[in-house]
Design a protein around this ligand. Sequence first.
Ligand code: HEC
Length: 290
Amino acid sequence: MKILVWDVPTRIFHWLFAAAFALAWLTSDSDSWLNVHVFAGYLMLGLLGFRLIWGFIGGRYARFASFLYNWKEGLAYLFQVLTGTANRHIGHNPAGSWAVYLLLTLGLLAGLSGMVTLGGQEGQGPLAPWVPYWAGEAFKEVHEALASIMLGVVVLHIAGVALESWRHHENLPRAMVTGLKEGTPDASTPSRRLVSALLLIVSVGAGTVGYFSGTPITGGEHEAGHKISRSIDPRETPLRITETPYWIGKHRDIGAAVWQQPQVGSRANCVACHQDAEKNAFVPARLPRA
Ligand code: HEC
């Protein structure tokens, strides 16, 4: 018979966490999406806070104690999966539990390093007063590396789920939606709807509070000026705005062909790309088309 294995909070966490990661990944490339990117990051951190608590007080199969496997058991299990001899697990199997621990740890580190990057590079968020510009730039590399490793683990996780679903003729993604799996009544777990309502409020709330606790990113003169000036090392005051670390960092990826276009002409011709530069608002940049 079908019994409840994944309680409601665990399922909500799973899909919201996946959605937040996807959103953060998709919005990571452009400054125009920085607001959304930062919100997705805070949402992930809020969700993680919940999941860490839920790992101790949550339902039967959500507790860390129910899926503590050492690396030997994990490797042995992976080997069995490949040879087709792995046992079916009603909760997390050893390989799945590895994915959980890795994704939680990587998500936490990616979120925290993102806050350091935001504080250093953009002078925004709670860490801004403590992180100098150069440290933000350095942490950006760490942040991106963590996110890429995380994407790798997600891919492996999806591959593992697909393989296990096929081997045991069991639709595991659907089980993470409905919570139901084949089993005996004594193996089921209560659904905990009340806690899931709380989870939604707390995690989305934490995301929103985290997001609004920093200066909202809207590009006015003041903000662009502030960001640029805090990137300058006082010992070597640059003569031009285009020599400041912040400016260089923001325009590094623009190809030589763009700079050579007749509409641009010079780096100082801000209006060529920042159509509203005359109003001193620098956020939306549109590259001129050839
Ligand atoms: C060739 C086009 C081009 C020119 C010329 C240009 N920029 Fe930019 N600028 C961009 C692009 C593109 C971005 C966004 C980079 C990104 O999305 O990561 C940007 C980003 C910025 C940002 C960051 C916006 C934010 O809040 O994240 C500031 C500030 C800025 N430019 C100021 C200037 C100033 C000042 C000048 C003139 C001295 C200038 N830019 C000249 C293309 C240009």
